[in-house]
Design a protein around this ligand. Sequence first.
Ligand code: AQP
Length: 326
Amino acid sequence: MKKILTGLQPSGELTLGSLIGGISQTVKLQNEYESYIFVPDMHAITVRQDPKLLRERIRKNVALYLAAGIDPSKNIIYIQSENLYHANLSWVLECTTYMGEASRMTQFKEKSSKKDNVTVGLFTYPILMASDILLYDADYVPVGGDQKQHVELARDIAERFNKTYGDTFKIPEPLIRDVGFRIMDLQNPSSKMSKSSENTKGIIFLLDDEKTIRKKIMSAVTDSEGKVYYDTKNKPGISNLLSIYAALNDISVEKAEEQFKDYNYGNLKKEVSDTVVRVLLDIQDKYNKLINSSEIDEILDRGREVTNEIAKKKVEEVFDKIGFGR
Ligand code: AQP
């Protein structure tokens, strides 16, 4: 069985974008693949985090994975920092990566241009991501378009290492989702809905209450044309609402477009709100039962054990080939 690997950073509260573009993709693939899903807490500290909040969010992420349909009998679920081999391998991979290729990462350029105190960790983050992937010989990494470049870097690093030291790493491939799975900010529909954006009015958090969800969708930015159809370039707001509706009802964007072609924007927003509320309240109900349960700890203990065993073997093989130790 081929392996897939997914992680959602606990750098903020998970959003509708995290659900549609991240968790739900893994839920769909979990029957076909050997699936690894983790909480990349070490990635989250590339920007400053409050320790108490970070710890809360790690647990919340896991509860939300499960509440959204990640099946613990079909997935290995774990916390990145509970496996010290991620950072160990990352160092070796840093020494296998050239400054030129790391400097080409567009996500770093974009994120660093918006911040004052940029950490070295933000720069080397894609190499830690390569370690996350290569440790487990993942075949596929389901990612949004913005992460494709990072998977390509992981491939280049793996190929270089294999060429120098002999066959060691599986060469991973990105599994790119359809355009409709990129969920945009409701207030600024030309930007991705991101958990760490400052203006929270355009972001639906998975744990928002019903009133807040409805309010955010009803005030989503649209356009003045008054016709419902899918056109991301000229109608990013309406296209985003159609994408959300299609993704949550598991239908094509074309089908959603057909269904709403005679609707006005107010009625479209009302239907989208009903769908989002239905899906999120169901997830929240399950989440509330899970968040304080020992089930989460049992799942994470198992994940820690399994992944440490796999990663230890891989890192020992790497260290041996490099010539580390006695
Ligand atoms: N808005 C989105 N639409 C579709 N997919 C999304 N993903 C995240 N937001 C959307 C996908 O979820 C996976 C995990 O992403 P992540 O949370 O680890 O990092 P991110 O992509 O950087 O998410 P954010 O919310 O934008 O985080 P911050 O604000 O901390 O940078 C990825 O596969 C991603 O594509």
